[in-house]
Design a protein around this ligand. Sequence first.
Ligand code: ADP
Ligand code: MG
Length: 314
Amino acid sequence: MNEFELISRYFKRDAPSARLGVGDDAAIVRPTPGCDLHMSVDMLVEGRHFFSDVAPRALGHKTLAVNLSDMAAMGARARWALLSIALPKANEAWVSEFAAGFFALADVHGVELIGGDTTGGPLTLSVTILGEAPSGQALRRDAARTGDDIWVSGELGLGALAVRHRLGWLNVNDAELLAAATHKLEYPEPRLALGAAMLPLARAAADVSDGLLADLGHILAASGVAGEIWAEALPPLLEARRMEHIACLAAGGDDYELIFTAPPSRRADIEAAAQACGCRVSRIGRTLAGKGCALLDAEGRAVKLDKEGYDHFG
Ligand code: ADP
Ligand code: MG
């Protein structure tokens, strides 16, 4: 099977909302009047972002999920995707499973694949995602103000726990917890509904991909404010009092949850909107004047971690 047969069998799908989808030299889309177009790209490299033996269906899901998460973090609606694949060989069974995982998630969120690129090479996946939000309303990283609440969605640290277990850095004895952690690592759920619901309520937002403190740090630095996080208020599945858990919770990465700030006057509205989306939210801290971010235990003492999240060049 050559490159063109592979593309037309597995990646050419109707894209009714685009003027032109897969098959020409470029796709053509018509942005909704009154909306700003949001664009982002994210790459997954074998051995760096996923284990070599991951199921191709899970990889198809995650390749799109990490990109949808960036749209969620802006409060944008995801519309169109371009998919670039480098594959060591044209393994049809593998591509078919990968495409099944990719399109299952795309269909849930009404995202259309409108183009891409396919080449031989070490297994690498990259999606360019296009989304929309009403003009000027996106949730940017630089919009937090002193005195905001800091919120996070879902559970944190599970993906990192699964990775660390797999690498032998720690041992998860609880089979149910390990299954939940592995599922979260392989099938993260981008928080698009929550992001959109926070558009009129939150000030600044980001998605948690490199670890809570690292990604919150980006919001704080861009906004010129400081923050404090209360370890005891972090989502409850992992225990903030256990050292190996607090490291996953606060600095693990691979969460694809949303971290956002909002004025305290919005608390009830945020709880109600999150409930309507079926997504847990936790109020985990607040912003202050100054710089940096402290992680505090129940007695208000600073909790020290080795690293504030995963740094690819650190
Ligand atoms: P070109 O040589 O003009 O770049 P290609 O042969 O790379 O064209 O691609 C042909 C068509 O197939 C284009 O419309 C391109 O967007 C699409 N395409 C290629 N690879 C993929 C893929 N992995 N997923 C979706 N569309 C793809
Ligand atoms: Mg090409």
